[in-house]
Design a protein. Structure first.
Length: 631
C-alpha cells in the first residue's frame, strides 16, 4: 500500500505531467503562458523593452502596459537601482486598473536637480515635484532632504519619499527639559561629521528667559562658562543671546580657532529666569524648556537671505506695487550693502500690511516682541526673516529679536526685526536693515558698552562707543553705525556669518561631476572660494592647474547678452562660460588683470543651461561673482 502511494508521484515528476496542457493563453494562469509544446509554463525572464504580460516575465521585475500591450522595464526605488541613473514615474495601464510605478527609464530632460520645472519631461531625473527637479529617495545629496510625497499624474497617485530641495539644513531635536530654580539643567548632543557650525535654540512656552550657562566642546574646550572676570586664558568663545521665550547660541561665534565647531559630543547647562528685571536684576525661576534643538550647518562663504516685510499702514507704502519707490530703494540699498560687505544676496521677498494701529508707535522692546509674536510667519522649506516696518520706534533705530535669531522659529517674542524709517531716507534705512539683519544672522556689535565687544579678534573695539575717534566707527556693526560709505566689515565677521543657519545656497548635485554646482538662476550673485575645490576642468585661456568652482544659470529664452564678472581675493581668476554642459562648448573665456577682476560675455546666448566656471592656473582663494542678463 505504501509503495502504491509513492510510485505515481515519482512517475508524475519524471514525465512532466504536473504542467497543465493548453491550446491558448486562456488555458493558463499568469505568470504561466501557453508554450509551443502545448503546456502552461513561465517563460524565461526577458530584457527591458521585450513584450510581456506579467512582472515575472521581465528580468527587471516590471511589465508596463500601454494600450493593452506590455513591455519589460526595470522596477526601482531610487536612482541607485538604475544603470541610467534615472528612476522615474511610469504609468502601468492594465485592464484591471491603471497605477503609477517607479521604473528605470531613459533620460529625456535637460534640467538638473533643484532646478525649477513644470513637468517630469524637463528633468534629467524624470521627476518634477513641487516645482523643482527631484528624485526618489535613496541617499539624498547635500541640500536635499527625503520628504514624504504624493506623486500625482493624470488622476493617478503614488506615495513615495522624494529627495526634495531643502535649503533648511538638518536640526537635532533634543527634547524638553525641566529647569529647577536651584540647579542647572543639562543636556548633550552629538555634532555629526560633515557639519562645522550649529545654532542652539531654546524655547520656553511661558516666556521665561532661557540662558545657556555652560557649553563644552568634544575636546573639553569651554565655550561658555569660563571664569569672570576673564583673564588671558579664560575668555568665553561663544555667547548666549537670551530674551523672553527664546535663547540662541551660534558656534562658531568667533574667529578664534579654539571656538570652532568640531564633530563629537557637546555638553551644555542652562537655566531660566523671570522676564521681569532681566538682565539687570535677574531672578532664577523654575520652569520647563519645551524645546531644545541644534540647527546644523555646513559653512560656506556668502549665501542668500529671504525676508518678509510687514509694513504698518500708517507708514504709507503700498504692497500692491511692490511697496512703492520707498521700499524698492530700501531693499536695493540693503541688497547692495549685503553683497558688498557681507557677501550675502537678497533672495525671496514677501510683503504684507500690518493691521491698522499695530505698528504706529513702538515704545519698548516688550511692545516690539508682542508685534513679532503676533505677526511673524514662515514659509515651507525656507527661513524668512520677518521685518516689521513701523511708523515710529521711540527707543532705538532698530531692534533684532536675537543674535542670531532663532532659525525657523515664528510667532514667538523673539521672531523678528523692527525698524522705523530714518529721516535721512530709504537708502539710509536700507543700511539700518543690513545692520539688524546682520544681528539676526549672528553678529554682535563690534563695540558694546553693555554686553562688551563681540568675540571676533579682527574687529577693533572702543571703550566708549559714544566718543569720537573709535577705530570701528565705520564698521557696519558699530552700535551708532554709519549710513554712508565707507562701510566696513572684517574677514572675521564674514567668517562667523558662514555658519548662519538663516543663509542658504541653491546647489545642483550631479550637474558637473563631483562639483557642488551653485545655482545663479534666481539670484545671479555668489561668493565662494576655490580652496579645496576639485581641479577637473580647464579653459582655452587658462585654468588648467588650479581648482575651480562651477555655477549654473538657466536662460528660459535667447537673450541679447550674458555677462559675468568675477573678482578674486588672493588669486588670479580665470572665467569661462560654457553652454549646455559644464564641459560643453565654450562661449567666452578671460583671465583677470592686475585688479583681480575678470569679465566675460556672450552675445545672443541661446536658451538653456549656461555653466560659469571660476578657475585659476595654480592659486586658490575667495571670490565674488555677479551675472547680468540683458533680455
Amino acid at each position: 500500500m505504501r509503495l502504491w502511494l509513492v510510485l505515481p508521484a515519482a512517475l508524475l515528476a519524471a514525465s512532466g505531467c504536473g504542467e497543465k496542457s493548453c491550446t491558448s493563453e486562456a488555458d493558463c494562469q499568469l505568470p504561466a503562458v501557453c508554450g509551443p509544446d502545448g503546456r502552461c509554463a513561465a517563460p524565461p525572464p526577458a530584457a527591458d523593452g521585450v513584450a510581456c504580460r506579467h512582472d515575472a516575465h521581465c528580468q527587471g521585475g516590471a511589465c508596463l502596459f500601454t494600450d493593452g500591450a506590455g513591455l519589460c522595464a526595470t522596477a526601482c526605488q531610487s536612482a541607485s537601482d538604475c544603470t541610467s541613473g534615472r528612476c522615474a514615474v511610469a504609468t502601468d495601464a492594465r485592464a484591471e486598473g491603471s497605477r503609477l510605478r517607479l521604473a528605470c527609464t531613459a533620460v529625456t530632460g535637460d534640467r538638473y536637480a533643484a532646478e525649477t520645472c513644470t513637468g517630469d519631461g524637463q528633468c534629467r531625473s524624470g521627476i518634477c515635484h513641487d516645482g523643482h527637479c527631484s528624485s526618489p529617495c535613496g541617499t539624498c545629496p547635500t541640500e536635499f532632504e527625503c520628504q514624504p510625497a504624493t506623486l500625482s499624474r493624470a488622476g493617478l497617485s503614488l506615495d513615495h519619499g522624494v529627495c526634495t530641495w531643502w535649503p533648511v539644513q538638518p536640526e537635532l531635536e533634543l527634547g524638553a527639559f525641566d529647569t529647577p530654580a536651584a540647579t542647572a539643567a543639562s543636556a548633550s548632543f552629538e555634532l555629526p561629521p560633515g557639519f562645522d557650525a550649529f545654532t542652539l535654540v531654546l524655547e520656553d512656552a511661558e516666556n521665561l528667559v532661557p540662558v545657556v550657562t555652560r557649553l563644552v566642546g568634544p575636546d573639553g574646550t569651554v565655550l561658555i562658562g569660563n571664569p569672570q572676570p576673564a583673564d588671558a586664558g579664560s575668555l568665553d568663545l561663544a555667547r548666549c543671546s537670551s530674551s523672553p521665550g527664546t535663547a540662541t547660541v551660534l558656534v562658531p561665534g568667533t574667529d578664534d580657532p579654539r571656538g570652532a565647531a568640531r564633530p563629537g559630543r557637546y555638553q551644555l547647562e542652562f537655566v531660566t529666569y523671570q522676564a521681569a528685571g532681566f538682565p539687570l536684576m535677574p531672578t532664577r525661576a523654575s520652569g520647563r524648556v519645551e524645546r531644545l534643538a541644534a540647527a546644523l550647518k555646513r559653512r560656506a562663504p556668502g549665501g542668500v537671505v529671504d525676508v518678509w516685510i510687514h509694513m504698518a499702514p500708517e507708514v504709507g507704502y503700498s504692497v500692491a506695487d511692490g511697496g512703492g519707490t520707498w521700499v524698492r530703494t530700501l531693499l536695493s540699498r540693503f541688497d547692495a550693502v549685503a553683497r558688498d560687505k557681507l557677501g550675502v544676496a537678497l533672495g525671496q521677498v514677501r510683503m504684507d500690511l500690518l493691521p491698522l494701529d499695530a505698528g504706529v508707535t513702538i515704545d519698548s522692546s516688550t511692545e516690539s516682541r508682542a508685534l513679532w509674536a503676533a505677526y511673524s510667519v514662515g514659509a515651507p522649506a525656507s527661513r524668512m526673516i520677518n521685518v516689521m516696518v513701523v511708523d515710529e520706534l521711540t527707543f532705538a533705530g532698530g531692534l533684532a529679536g536675537g543674535v542670531p535669531g532663532a532659525p525657523g522659529v515664528y510667532g514667538r517674542p523673539g521672531s523678528g526685526i523692527t525698524l522705523a524709517p530714518l529721516g535721512s531716507g530709504p537708502a539710509s534705512t536700507g543700511v539700518l536693515l543690513a545692520h539688524e539683519v546682520s544681528h539676526y544672522l549672528g553678529l554682535f556689535h563690534s563695540t558694546d558698552g553693555f554686553l562688551g565687544p563681540d568675540l571676533i579678534r579682527d574687529t577693533p573695539e572702543c571703550d566708549d562707543p559714544s566718543a569720537s575717534g573709535c577705530p570701528d566707527a565705520r564698521n557696519l556693526m558699530f552700535p551708532f553705525f554709519p549710513t554712508g560709505e565707507p562701510l566696513a566689515i572684517t574677514d572675521g565677521q564674514r567668517g562667523v556669518l558662514e555658519g548662519s543657519a538663516w543663509l542658504y545656497r541653491w546647489l545642483h548635485p550631479g550637474a558637473c561631476g563631483t562639483h557642488d554646482v551653485v545655482g545663479l538662476t534666481r539670484v545671479p550673485f555668489a561668493t565662494g572660494t576655490t580652496v579645496g575645490a576639485p581641479a577637473t576642468l580647464s579653459a582655452t585661456c587658462g585654468g588648467g592647474g588650479g581648482p575651480e568652482r562651477v555655477h549654473l544659470l538657466r536662460l528660459e529664452a535667447t537673450a541679447t547678452r550674458l555677462e559675468a564678472t568675477v573678482t578674486g581675493n588672493g588669486f588670479t581668476p580665470v572665467l569661462s562660460l560654457r553652454q549646455a554642459e559644464c564641459g560643453g562648448t565654450e562661449g567666452a573665456c578671460t583671465v583677470a588683470g592686475g585688479s583681480g577682476t575678470a569679465t566675460a560675455g556672450v552675445d545672443n546666448p541661446a536658451a538653456g543651461a549656461w555653466f560659469i566656471v571660476v578657475d585659476s592656473d595654480a592659486d586658490a582663494g575667495s571670490y565674488q561673482l555677479e551675472v547680468t542678463v540683458t533680455p
